[in-house]
Design a protein around this ligand. Structure first.
Ligand SMILES: Nc1nc2c(ncn2[C@@H]2O[C@H](COP(=O)(O)OP(=O)(O)OP(=O)(O)O)[C@@H](O)[C@H]2O)c(=O)[nH]1
Ligand SMILES: [Mg+2]
Length: 204
């Protein structure tokens, strides 16, 4: 993880039960592709995407983890250093929604973020294209309100509202990154597009 001067790398992690569509959502966002075929993630994949957030060029590293229990022990060290966590569930599976509490706890225990009560969590309800919904938007929003998370929903399959949660995650992650850097070094500076210039904020 780079901090202080230099390019900003934001680590965003996707967790949630197996089959909720973590890989599909990421694949839709990063590669603009979707497949109905299910291939369980083994271990972890990460993909990088360059983008500009609040005027700052960042590399967003999106870490896709395995929801299958037998692979979870592999996942835990990689929670460390995350700047934002996306808790993913399937709106047609109440069990996947109810599991978010345990996923969140696990993340806080294993990830050991500074200031856990203010760590940014984003909840993402996937598969809104399906009609057999078991979790309403209202139910999900209520839980998020109680937990202090933000709620988004969409469909990786139909490409509905896929960008919004990632952009919000990048913004929240950047805030987290700044906070972390400030606490470690006493200042936050980024190298912007202008050569040899560093700013605290950037309008380049
Ligand atoms: N109808 C519908 N199916 C989806 C959607 N997103 C994913 N799927 C399907 O759900 C299944 C599981 O998707 P994955 O993305 O592999 O799920 P995952 O959360 O990565 O699962 P693990 O890697 O085992 O943790 C696949 O068959 C996908 O095609 C969606 O938005 N709508
Ligand atoms: Mg997967």
């Amino acid at each position: 993880m780079s901090e202080g001067k230099g390019p900003v790398t934001l680590k965003i992690i996707l967790i949630g039960n197996s089959g909720v569509g973590k890989s599909s959502f990421m694949n839709r966002y990063v590669n603009h592709r979707f497949t109905n075929m299910y291939r369980a993630t083994i271990g972890t994949d990460f993909f990088s995407k360059l983008l500009t957030v609040d005027g700052i060029s960042v590399t967003m590293q999106i870490w896709d983890t395995a929801g299958t229990e037998r692979f979870q022990s592999l996942g835990t060290p990689l929670y460390r250093g995350a700047h934002c966590c996306l808790l993913v569930f399937d709106v047609t599976s109440k069990a996947s929604f109810l599991a978010l509490e345990a996923w969140k706890k696990e993340f806080l225990v294993q990830g050991e973020p500074m200031d856990p009560s203010h760590f940014p969590f984003i909840v993402l309800g996937n598969k809104t294209d399906l009609s057999d919904r078991e979790v309403s938007g209202r139910m999900a929003r209520q839980w998020c309100e109680d937990t202090g998370a933000e709620y988004f929903e969409g469909s990786a399959k139909d490409d509905v509202d896929v960008e919004k949660p990632f952009l919000r995650a990048a913004q929240a992650a950047l805030q987290q990154y700044k906070k972390h850097t400030l606490e470690n070094t006493g200042h936050f500076q980024i190298t912007c597009k202008q050569p040899r210039e560093t700013h605290n904020t950037c309008e380049c």
